[in-house]
Design a protein around this ligand. Structure first.
Ligand SMILES: Nc1ncnc2c1ncn2[C@@H]1O[C@H](COP(=O)(O)OP(=O)(O)OP(=O)(O)O)[C@@H](O)[C@H]1O
Ligand code: SF4
Ligand SMILES: [Mg+2]
Length: 412
């Protein structure tokens, strides 16, 4: 296994809840409540979980955009938790972030050249002043954009292209780790595949390690080497992608996986579907014992009192980290192992082999055109909506690749 490059050690982030005229602290939102993991050089760790479970907070803690309440972030064997000033800047050079929304995460008043080049201005020793424009153009080329568009503004690009700008900015300083917080969630399903494939290509070329935060389990499965499942600020299950998806042992993971759309229509009725009862409890007042016990069909008295540790369970082959007293593997599909759903056909035929093939540099031409009906099923949530710009039906939406070569129409 490659060396560990980044470690989260018992990371905690509690936000105070203030009330009254004096703004006294009336409680704490336990957004992240003791999360630990190692990230290895060049690997992708996917982080999934329901909305509000603390994924983004965890990402911000890793980047030190937020100060942890307690716990440590170890990078390259060094504890960066208390770092500030020059030392913090040094750390930020190595850990960069890509945000979810390509529409709001880029400054509309800055040109693409300024946006991508800004980190080079801040870390002025990385590239000498005279060479920055050339470096920015190289970066644009690397992410499949036309280097000649360096003076354009974000509104002159499509969503997928903007996310490429965000990625170019993220890799400008040659970081070792990229924290990606829902990097493709805001994109059309076919463009998602192109951006994910671009990220995989960059990972191979640059040896990047990704912390890939998302709620789309199919996308996470496609890109991740290992996957962590979060519930109410804690890691519920953590293991190799195949272990977590094919032999999930935590009831929460099993319920999440049972809700993933099944591409093969003949298997849909045979799926072991688990419908969770009740809402997610408040992170300000998490349940005693196992945090999942209020929604767990397997809960017993011990679960309400004793919080299970995140341990290797059960004994034997396929054991991986799970926070459940009664962890046991469960096939979500009775007749077919969940792993048989691989590969996610959304990603078929969208491989970007050579960035020079991208014509004017505006994305992977034709990517997503081979999407079959199963792919449409896999992305059923998003593809069922009409395309906002064209009012085309979903089937056509997969063909509306908004990154055709030479396509430099403004989208807004
Ligand atoms: N700055 C803040 N102040 C107070 N509470 C916060 C703050 N940021 C996040 N929270 C709370 O922490 C919890 C975790 O939020 P977070 O944004 O990390 O969740 P998430 O898993 O990323 O959700 P989503 O999938 O919707 O993006 C939520 O209850 C949220 O309301
Ligand atoms: S510890 Fe108990 S309540 Fe928690 S997930 Fe396991 S069975 Fe369910
Ligand atoms: Mg989030």
């Amino acid at each position: 296994m490659p060396e560990v490059i980044l470690s989260a050690q018992d990371l905690v982030k509690h936000y105070p809840i203030r009330s009254g005229v004096l703004r006294r602290v009336a409680g704490q939102v336990k957004a992240v409540d003791g999360v630990s993991f190692d990230l290895h050089k060049g690997e992708t760790l996917g982080i999934v979980g329901e909305s509000g479970c603390g994924k983004s907070t965890l990402g911000r803690l890793l980047m030190r955009l937020e100060e942890p309440t307690s716990g440590k972030v170890i990078f390259g064997g060094e504890d960066w938790s208390g770092a500030s000033g020059r030392k913090l800047r040094q750390m930020r050079r190595n850990i960069q972030i890509v945000f979810q929304d390509p529409y709001t995460s880029l400054n509309p008043r800055m040109t693409v050249g300024d946006i991508v080049g800004e980190p080079l201005e801040i870390h002025s020793d990385v590239v000498p002043k005279g060479g920055r424009r050339k470096r920015v153009q190289e970066l644009l080329d690397l992410v499949g954009l036309n280097p000649e568009h360096i003076n354009r503004y974000p509104h002159q690009f499509s969503g997928g292209q903007r996310q490429r700008i965000g990625i170019a900015r993220g890799i400008a300083l040659n970081p070792s780790v990229l924290v990606c917080d829902e990097p493709v969630s805001a994109l059309d399903v076919s463009v998602q595949a192109q951006v994910v494939n671009l990220m995989e290509k960059l990972q191979d070329e640059l040896g990047l390690a990704y912390v890939f935060i998302a709620h789309d389990l199919s996308v996470v499965r496609h890109i991740s080497d290992r996957v962590g499942v979060m519930y109410l600020g804690r890691m519920a299950e953590l293991g190799e992608e195949d272990e977590v998806y094919s032999r999930p042992t935590h009831p929460y993971t099993q319920a999440l996986l049972s809700a993933v759309p099944v591409p093969d229509p003949t298997l849909r009725g045979k799926r072991d579907q688990i419908v969770l009862q009740g809402d997610v409890p408040s992170p300000a007042n998490p349940p005693s014992g196992c945090r999942f016990h209020t929604r767990c069909w397997k809960a017993q008295e011990v679960c309400t009192i004793d919080e299970p540790e995140l341990e290797m369970r059960p004994d034997g082959v396929g054991a991986h980290l799970s926070r459940c007293h009664f962890a046991e593997p469960r096939l979500i599909l009775e007749t077919v192992d969940v792993s048989d759903v691989e590969p996610d056909t959304r990603f078929a035929g969208t491989e970007v082999q050579d960035m020079s093939d991208l014509g004017s540099g505006l994305g992977a031409a034709g990517g997503g055109e081979d999407l079959g009906s199963s792919a449409a099923d896999a992305g059923v949530e998003r593809s069922s909506a009409l395309h906002p710009d064209t009012d085309q039906a979903p089937q056509d939406t997969t063909r509306l690749v908004d990154e055709q070569p030479g396509d430099d129409r403004p989208t807004r």
